[in-house]
Design a protein around this ligand. Structure first.
Ligand SMILES: [Zn+2]
Length: 349
């Protein structure tokens, strides 16, 4: 299917280039779409596929063309079939959802089995579906119109990027670093070694490289999936969320130890921020300096060594070290003294 779509894409591009070169005419979508019926009648390879799906290919040519003329992109290039990875459909036309949970695509025999990651939101108006091929796997991405909003929780929370745990919250929860990270890195190191043992230019080396790439893609999918779930949970639990702003982080000694979680942390902050925006919740980033050395109850500053896991203070405060730091983060963003003693606060949402 993608090879046929790619052929059509290239033919449309060719037609546009020649029409301009020979006759000085700039072809538009409507003109090419008007010819589609005739082209389809002559080309059995194209006749198999749904008419609207082929129209989407023409739209894609149009999009890359207009992007070029707005000087946003380079001149549209011909595509190799091996680098043409996506096909767009209108749901209900060329691609249908079967009651069995499978997908029916015009031109493909039998229903396509799907691993559903989630159900559609209630009352969703189905729009388009894009089928993409990535590293030998196929994905279906659906655009739907649905009512969201009002989906955030109540109260304030601060989060502290942890040393062993991924983060601690100001109300005492400690989120463990996901298990898959450690396991996956071990497996990737093994695949890397296997690759380096293979002879250059050999078929086995190509296979080893493909396994390494597939492993990396798997980690990145798992990481994103995990961050989506965590950020969704945070937004549906709280109304205002405060994170440490790592872009402003002073290079304290403890930063190095925590930097293993940096990538996961940034993804989490980004995803929480956009989810909060659409739900009407608030995300603030605060200066992370000294959060682990400040007492959340009385504000006293006392350095404590990394090995010390408790926060104890003369004022009677006795808390887990990371929870205390998370409370300082929360109070810097939303506390009564907010704006006075917080060093700098960046409003993110
Ligand atoms: Zn204190």
């Amino acid at each position: 299917m993608l090879a046929d779509f790619c052929g059509l894409y290239n033919a449309c591009l060719q037609q546009r280039i020649e029409a301009y070169r020979r006759r000085g005419v700039a072809l538009r979508y409507a003109q090419q779409a008007a010819e589609l019926c005739a082209v389809r009648a002559e080309e059995p390879a194209l006749a198999r596929w749904s008419f609207t799906a082929l129209q989407q290919v023409l739209r894609r040519v149009e999009t890359t063309y207009t992007a070029f003329f707005r000087r946003k992109r380079g001149f549209p290039r011909f595509r190799a079939a091996s680098r043409y990875h996506a096909a767009a459909f209108r749901i209900g036309d060329g691609l249908r959802l079967l009651k069995t949970g499978r997908l029916a695509v015009v031109g493909v025999t039998g229903g396509i089995k799907v691993v559903w990651h989630r159900t559609f939101p209630p009352g969703a108006k189905l729009g388009t579906a894009v089928l993409t091929r990535q590293l030998g796997k196929w994905y279906a991405v659906f655009s739907v119109e649905a009512e969201f909003g009002g989906a955030h929780g109540v109260g304030d929370v601060g989060l502290d990027l942890g040393l062993n745990a991924l983060f601690a919250t100001s109300d005492g929860h400690s989120e463990p670093a996901p298990q898959f990270e450690r396991r996956a890195h071990k497996a990737q190191r093994r695949r890397q070694r296997a690759l380096s043992r293979c002879k250059r230019g050999s078929r086995r080396r190509d296979e080893a490289r493909a396994r390494l790439a597939a492993g990396a893609a798997r980690i990145s999918r798992q990481r994103r999936n995990h961050a989506h779930k965590l950020s969704r949970e945070l937004v549906s639990r709280y109304a205002r969320l405060a994170f440490e702003d790592l872009s402003a982080a002073a290079l304290a000694r403890s930063r190095l130890a925590r930097s293993i979680h940096d990538a996961a942390w940034r993804t989490l902050v980004n995803m929480t921020t956009y989810k909060a925006e659409s739900a009407g919740a608030v995300v603030q980033l605060v200066d992370p300096r000294g959060t682990s050395q400040t007492c959340p109850s009385c504000g006293a500053v006392a350095a404590k060594p990394l090995a010390l896991r408790r926060h104890t203070c003369a004022c009677g405060s006795d808390l887990d070290r990371d929870v205390a730091a998370a409370q300082v983060v929360r109070d810097r963003a939303f506390g009564p003294g907010y704006g006075l003693w917080s060093l700098s606060v960046r409003v993110a949402a």
